[in-house]
Ligand binder design. Structure first.
Ligand code: MN3
Length: 196
């Protein structure tokens, strides 16, 4: 996709009480929107002006002179991916994804534990991810704007653990936010689509 603020895949009250409309109004309406606007401004008149967002993230990753563009482009992409990783419908993984989970983690509860630990222990701002890497599912953490999109791994789903993702609803209690998301809001169908 191009650099854009995609519509939310649900209504702004649909993730409550776990993630409130108030959080969505700031997180989507201010934070995410600002990353999109800054990245859009930065590519104007450059070789990236008409580039796909994914290509900008990959091309600027690890380049000191492109750090500001990477941060804003990666955050634009990470947030679009995060909103799609959530759903008010919750549910459980099935089919090929569940088979892979059982093979690589033993059982679903162990994947949930690993995802929770990654999200809770990420020091400072960042993200917890379920990825496909080298043919196996793995849980990884990234700091700040860093994203597995820029690596050889395929992102399947993510949880934003920047304070702006939970502070209005859960204050300092990141574990309460992480548990609420993992138990109620994970979009396993989206993860299955990304697994392919
Ligand atoms: Mn965020």
């Amino acid at each position: 996709m191009k650099i854009e603020l995609p519509p939310l895949p649900y209504g702004d009250t649909d993730l409550a009480p776990h993630i409130s409309a108030n959080t969505i109004s700031f997180h989507y309406g201010k934070h995410h929107k600002t990353y999109v606007e800054k990245a859009t401004d930065m590519v104007k008149g450059t070789d990236f002006a008409d580039a796909e967002l994914e290509d900008i993230v990959k091309a600027t990753y690890g380049k000191a002179d492109q750090k500001a563009l990477f941060n804003n482009a990666a955050q634009a992409w990470n947030h679009s991916f995060y909103w799609k990783s959530l759903t008010p419908k919750g549910g459980a993984p099935s089919g090929k994804l569940l088979d892979r989970i059982n093979t690589d983690f033993g059982e679903l509860s162990k994947l949930k534990d690993a995802l929770s630990k990654a999200a809770v222990t990420q020091f400072g701002s960042g993200w917890a991810w379920l990825v496909l890497d080298g043919g196996a599912l793995k849980v990884v953490q990234t700091a700040n704007a860093d994203t597995p999109l820029a690596t050889s791994a395929t992102p399947l789903l993510t949880i934003d653990v920047w304070e702006h993702a939970y502070y209005l609803d859960h204050q300092n209690k990141r574990p309460a936010y992480v548990t609420a998301v993992i138990d109620n809001l994970i979009n396993w169908e989206f993860a299955a689509e990304n697994l392919g």
